[in-house]
Design a protein around this ligand. Sequence first.
Ligand SMILES: NC(=O)c1ccc[n+]([C@@H]2O[C@H](COP(=O)([O-])OP(=O)(O)OC[C@H]3O[C@@H](n4cnc5c(N)ncnc54)[C@H](O)[C@@H]3O)[C@@H](O)[C@H]2O)c1
Length: 252
Amino acid sequence: MRLANKVAIVTGAAQGIGAATARKYAREGAKVVLTDLLDKGSAVAQEIRDEGFDCDFFQADIAKSSDVQALIQHAVQTYGALHVICNVAGINIPGSVVDLDESIWDLTFAVNVKSMFLTAKYGIPEMIKCGGGSIINTGSANSFVAEPMLSAYVASKGGILMLTKQMALDFAKDNIRVNCVCPGWVDTTINDAHHDLFGGRAVLEAAIEEVQPIGRVIRPEEIADVNLFLASDESSSMTGSAIVCDGGITAK
Ligand SMILES: NC(=O)c1ccc[n+]([C@@H]2O[C@H](COP(=O)([O-])OP(=O)(O)OC[C@H]3O[C@@H](n4cnc5c(N)ncnc54)[C@H](O)[C@@H]3O)[C@@H](O)[C@H]2O)c1
């Protein structure tokens, strides 16, 4: 049990990487609050409970201050502590800076970056009361390298990397570690619009070795394994770091 006696919040937990992470956390002994805008997160939580593990679902817009404050309060009231925040929720709406509507730029930064400010702002005081904790922010290979037509997404993912490092400095003295997970192409629905832009998923898959040197799409569970490592005490020396799990994209 790598997360025994820990209480964790996982955002974006209704599907994809977030759902896979919530499952792993619960199976490793954490009490988990899953949160998402989509109410189908409650079905994921029910599946985890059916396996005999402890978890709860709290529906929230992670870009909204009042929702995040209620989420943190809910976790602490339900489980009496907070040790881990795994920020997975994110959106990716393609467009160059000329094409992209201003409202999409603002929404992207609200969901992808401001959400991490909010969970930290209201979560860190609770973690300090518990003697410390671990925050895991989901960046991307795009935290390091840009891609055509993803202006807001790439900029937001670059920002997440530096926010991670900055927060790590401020809260190291409080025994709070802040790290970033930077995936490559993972098999989830977030990429659907991106696939369409480049002629569909089949076209991209046909060129997979050029896109991602390991020659296959990454499974959400593989990223969840990294989220588990960073949440656990096995990563106790790490803060302000990025773990790049991108199938070799940034090695080129
Ligand atoms: N899939 C990939 O190839 C890939 C690559 C690099 C990084 N990532 C990052 O991984 C994270 C998870 O993405 P995924 O691949 O699992 O995609 P996904 O679309 O399956 O999951 C994202 C989740 O975030 C939730 N969400 C969106 N806006 C929200 C809001 N305002 N409030 C609360 N929840 C909200 C969605 O409902 C969804 O459940 C994202 O941050 C994404 O940028 C994914």
